[in-house]
Ligand binder design. Structure first.
Ligand code: 5RP
Length: 218
């Protein structure tokens, strides 16, 4: 089964878990876009829908949903998003699509985070996927040197500007044995907006689409 189909199956499974009338948060990335397309074919109506990126907002609008500013909503009942890596504690690396900061904000506002992923995203230890870090542009070199001192190999994702007007540094060759500690340590570097370790905003539910066609809900 190809990866596209696996992503579709995870997205379809998530749709089964969504109830009418809730406030729904929607993440970013290709798996989530499949979820949004499936939403558009459903008859589900929501109290509010909030989005974590401009791309997702456009897709939600095309699917017939109005998107609210998070500031205008109370709590988000359920947040559905993908990931770049996820470990056994449901800690994740996110930000491959450069939407990590808004994703972390909506995840923090959510009562329940459902992560949808294909089996290639499941790892024992986070860090094979380069860790995205969103930085204020003037701090790029400063933050890069600090990330180098942490043992990673920082590379500027040149040409990419986030929805917040900032830049992304991808940190290669990190073995993230303590995601909770490293998330805080990197966020403490002056000039970092946030980093793509989601330990404090770990998923509550993982829908993992396996190559043999099975869907694991953990
Ligand atoms: C975007 C993200 C995405 O969730 C992550 O990159 C997964 O994307 P895809 O579903 O395309 O594999 O964090 O910032």
């Amino acid at each position: 089964m190809n990866q596209d189909l696996l992503k579709q199956k995870a997205a379809d499974k998530a749709l089964e878990m969504i109830e009418d009338g809730i406030t729904l948060g929607v993440g970013s990335g290709s798996t989530v876009l499949k979820f949004v397309a499936a939403l558009g074919k459903s008859s589900l109506q929501f109290k509010d829908v909030v989005s974590s990126s401009e791309e997702t907002t456009a897709a939600l609008k095309a699917a017939g949903y109005q998107v609210r500013d998070l500031n205008a909503c109370d709590a988000v009942d359920v947040y559905v998003d993908g990931c770049d890596e996820i470990d056994g504690n449901k800690y994740m690396i996110k930000g491959g699509g450069a939407a990590l900061t808004r994703e972390k904000i909506v995840a923090a506002a959510a009562k329940k985070f459902i992560c949808i992923a294909d089996e290639s995203k499941a790892v024992d230890v986070l860090g094979r996927f380069p860790l995205p870090v969103e930085v204020i542009p003037m701090a790029r070199s400063l933050v890069g040197r600090a990330l180098l001192a942490l043992g990673g190999e920082p590379r500027w994702r040149e040409g990419v500007v986030t929805d917040n007007g900032n830049w992304i540094i991808d940190v290669h060759h990190l073995r993230i044995s303590d995601p909770y500690a490293l998330e805080a340590e990197i966020n403490n570097i002056a000039g970092v907006v946030t980093n793509g370790i989601f330990a404090r905003q770990a998923a509550d539910v993982l829908i993992l689409s396996r190559a043999n066609g099975e869907i694991d809900v953990q």
